[in-house]
Design a protein around this ligand. Sequence first.
Ligand SMILES: [Zn+2]
Length: 554
Amino acid sequence: MGRLILPWVIALPVLAAPADPSPVELQARLPRGGRVTLRLMFKKGLQVEAMRLPSSYLGKSPSRGEWIGFEELSPEGKRWALEALFPDDRWTEDEVRHIVRWPELESLWLISALFTGHGQTYDKVQDANPNLPEKLRKGDAWRIPKNLLSVDLGGERKRGTDRSLPEDGLDDEARVAAYRALLSFEEDRDGKYAAYRLRKGEALYSSVVMRYTDRVDPKGVNDLALEIAKRSGIQDVRSIPPGTLIRIPIRHLADPFQAEGSRALREEREVRAEVRRTARVDGGPSLKGVRIVLDPGHGGVDSGAVANGVWESDYVYDIVMRVRRILAQDTDASVSCTVRYPSLGFNAREEIRTPTRDAEILTTPPFVNDGESPSAVSVHLRWVLANDWFATFREKEDGRKTVFLSFHADSLHPSARGTMAYVPGAMAVPPRFCLKATHGVRVAEMKRGGLFQATAKERLQSEARSRQLAEALLQAMEKGKILIHSNRPIRNIIHRAGKSYLPAVIRHSSASAKVLLEVVNLTNEEDAARFQDPRFRERYAEAVVKGIRAYFRL
Ligand SMILES: [Zn+2]
């Protein structure tokens, strides 16, 4: 990478509010003649005068204002703007050496945002420059290695999963913190609300409702999007210009986004602290002494969610069969499935044509899911059975090495794509629940497995370990190029029809770590197509096994 353009540059200060350092404006020459003003502002970053900018310098859908943000430029435009602003920087094959020019306006965060595409990578930029102080000094040369440089600038930095938002690719805690940092709390005569400025490429459904609240089902998302639009004075929800102020009434916010001092936020932070201090469990190289229970959702007469010509049960069963096979081949873990389709056995299939009508839960006696009993029976028997197996395991082995994974596919708002992981939120799990029979159905496993009890400390610990497992699974999927839900893929509660709840299979599971995976969103056409592809199901199963292995690695 050599210097392509030598822009002609002059810098002149502009007046601003006395508290903040004044912005710098400078005129940069375009390669084909003409000049454009660049403006570097304290905390707000770089803006470019849009009017005379050639179209090749503009990104896909820039906002229509007089000024556009740096992130709205095309890769070519970004490179040009940075070279104009920082003519002393050296661009080589392996790195960019950025020379600090305006220490009062620049920050490590800003440098990271401009060069890596994420302000949040500042800690990595700092790691790459161990000898420099965090406080910028004029003339300091900051090294941005190619692996941190944004793809737009020729770097190798991996982009996010779904759309390229700056938060993608962060771990869950950092991602939630970054989302939170985009909100500010305000009040008007209609009450308190969280203010959010919609960014380019973002929609009200996904980037506001699904991200900041616990609603994900189509009706819940649509209803709340309309309510928020009305509250924000928006006429047409489908075309909201970037920068529009969105007002989210605080009662709808998910726990991590509640106001400072709220109980919900305090509990959220307690869980995060628990995740950080919970030591990982060593499962050894072969996972010998690890007990895994796999639960394929639905089955029999209950085919689960149906959309776009695909139904849930057979496809999640197929993925579970693949996970089971890989675990048996590659590890010494002890693996069981809660459900078996008698006509198929424990086998995966390349083609799935029609819904399989026979399925049994492997309790004593087996429970045939033939529609005679309500579907709640089938759901309860799964955790009862698994808890009985875990009780046997715990008599001799390390109880921390127990994993329960339930596999499902969702029917969410069609704009949602990719995998989501649900973990049991400590506050949503009851301290005690006892099942001696369900709708008249009794099985031998209820004697030991039907009683679930957990102290507050145990519930917190259980959420922490489950979050560690969910994180390991999603990271393995990201590495395996499997699409992950773009807004908060790990959740600990679902809000539907005015109520908050947790699926019973993870709510009452006694496993040390338990996760319910929603593999895809069937109402999204691309997701539905992926689900039908046996290669996708195999890759998914591979990623699940890699994730389990990563969870048990110190
Ligand atoms: Zn399901």
